[in-house]
Design a protein around this ligand. Structure first.
Ligand code: FAD
Length: 441
């Protein structure tokens, strides 16, 4: 059996490794447009901020190591530019081998999502960067360490924008963030994200809300940004982090069904509308019972890669869906969330209840205790709909506990009943998650 995988990072590399474990004989070809496969996208901002100091640690697997370990046919600097389902082939444009066609019995697509570059005047200035891969990171790092670079402007206050702002600040630059919405991090409700915005301001990041860039222009090698408010900023380094879009341009004539924003449409078996073609990761939207979800995060991409490989190997695994559970470090704080926000519930016009608690992360009498804020959303029957938490320590495990209960359709009573690990350095006899349940009941 000959299996082609398009994309060699989160979803693609997971699919390749899993497939090899399930099928020792298959000829597995992985095409990757870039030079690197299986790198730590999520670690890139922390290398720019110098928390990760060793660049080689970002490269989780080299093609050589992966070829040796999994007996794969990995072809880097090879872009798949078209898919031809009628003859079961793909067209490949390779830096070394030119353009050729390769046939498949099964095809797994994991091309990911590309940063959005809005069509604004001056957007092609060389000092304006997006952050997706190692070459982007090398370019940004070079500029960050140049003594000429003293300031940076980050456009966009989502996860990547906030992580970049923190890391550029840590690297010693003066940082201004331009955010079109009236809050950061849209997966949180405003009062929760405001706690993180305050932390950013206290750490010296200037935040400009409800403003957008109208144009860029060159000023002696630097970039001048003109904002809608009329404000003008000039900086040697601009990071553009205004969202991502599925990297699926090469599929437009393939007959593979795409959604309105270019996502590949798949079912819970990760099958596209065309037999033997599967798709996973940031590039897909999953259709189930009339609902559509697209979550551009590493956890879903890895899980889906594994499931697509199972399917190719004949196993009947399905993707059970996700709740968009996510987490971010904002200087000294951690913010994490799972499920629906209050904003979203209002949009859906459904009945819900909200509670907040402000417990200490561990017993107050044990040194280092700090409070956190947890917000819980649940329906009139007590079924958990979503939760958000912000604090210095212990936020991650509380949201993971609630995400687990949410996954199993649990209620606020389940939160009171959870039997959680306790000793004073770690928690309280009534864990914050139990407390949340008591208050909600
Ligand atoms: P990718 O990992 O993007 O891989 C797709 C690969 O396919 C790319 O290497 C691309 O070059 C290649 N490709 C595309 N088209 C073609 C083609 N036609 N031919 C050949 N190759 C092609 N997620 C989290 O959950 N937590 C985090 O903390 C987090 N931090 C992040 C920080 C940054 C800076 C970035 C950029 C992303 C972050 N993410 C995070 C998101 C996470 O990295 C993605 O969800 C995940 O990598 C998606 O996996 P994927 O396989 O769909 O796509």
């Amino acid at each position: 059996k000959k299996v082609i995988i398009v994309g060699g990072v989160a979803g693609g590399a997971s699919a390749a490794a899993r497939l090899r474990r399930l099928d020792e004989e298959a000829h597995i070809i992985m095409f990757e447009r870039d030079e690197y496969i299986s790198f730590a996208n999520c670690g890139l901002p922390y290398y720019i901020g110098d928390t990760i100091t060793d660049r080689s640690k970002l490269i989780v697997q080299t093609p050589e190591a992966m070829i040796q370990r999994f007996n794969l046919d990995i072809r880097t600097k090879s872009e798949v530019i078209a898919v031809h389902p009628e003859r079961k082939t793909v067209t490949v444009r390779s830096v070394e081998k030119g353009t050729y066609e390769e046939s498949y019995d099964a095809l797994i697509l994991s091309p990911g999502a590309a940063p959005i570059r809005p069509a604004l005047p001056g957007i092609d200035h060389p000092q304006i960067h997006t952050v997706r891969n190692i070459p982007d990171t090398d370019r940004i790092k070079k500029q960050v360490i140049s003594p000429e670079t003293k300031t940076a402007v980050v456009v966009g206050g989502g996860y990547i924008g906030v992580e970049m702002a923190e890391n550029l600040k840590e690297a010693g630059l003066e940082v201004t963030m331009v955010q079109s919405a009236d809050q950061l991090l849209g997966t949180f409700d405003r009062e929760m994200s405001n706690i993180m915005a305050q932390e950013m301001e206290q750490q010296g990041v200037e935040l400009l809300f409800q403003d957008t860039v109208e144009s860029f222009k060159d000023t002696n090698g630097k970039v001048t940004l003109t904002l809608r408010s009329g404000r003008v900023l000039t900086s040697g380094l601009v990071i553009l982090a205004v969202g991502v879009k599925p990297d699926t341009g090469f599929l437009k004539d393939s007959g593979i069904a795409l959604g309105s924003r270019g996502h590949i449409q798949v079912n819970t078996a990760l099958e596209t509308n065309i037999p033997n073609i599967y798709a996973v990761g940031d590039a897909v939207e999953i259709h189930e019972d009339g609902a559509v979800t697209a979550i551009p995060l590493a956890g879903p991409a890895n899980k889906q890669g594994r499931i697509a490989a199972d399917r190719v190997a004949g196993l009947k695994t399905t993707y059970k869906g996700g709740h968009g559970t996510s987490i971010i470090k904002v200087f000294q704080l951690t913010g994490a969330q799972t499920g629906l926000t209050e904003k979203k519930l209002k949009e859906l016009d459904t009945d819900y209840h909200t509670v907040y608690v402000h417990p200490n992360a561990h017993a107050a009498y044990y040194p280092g205790a700090t409070p956190m804020t947890i917000k819980l959303l649940f329906d009139p029957q007590g079924v958990i709909l979503g939760a958000q938490a912000v604090g210095r320590i212990g936020v991650d495990k509380r949201i993971d506990d609630i995400a687990t209960v949410l996954h199993f359709g649990g209620t606020v009573t389940d939160l009171t009943e959870l039997d959680l690990a306790y000793a004073p350095p770690f928690s309280s006899a009534k864990d914050p998650v139990n407390m949340l349940g008591y208050v909600a009941e």
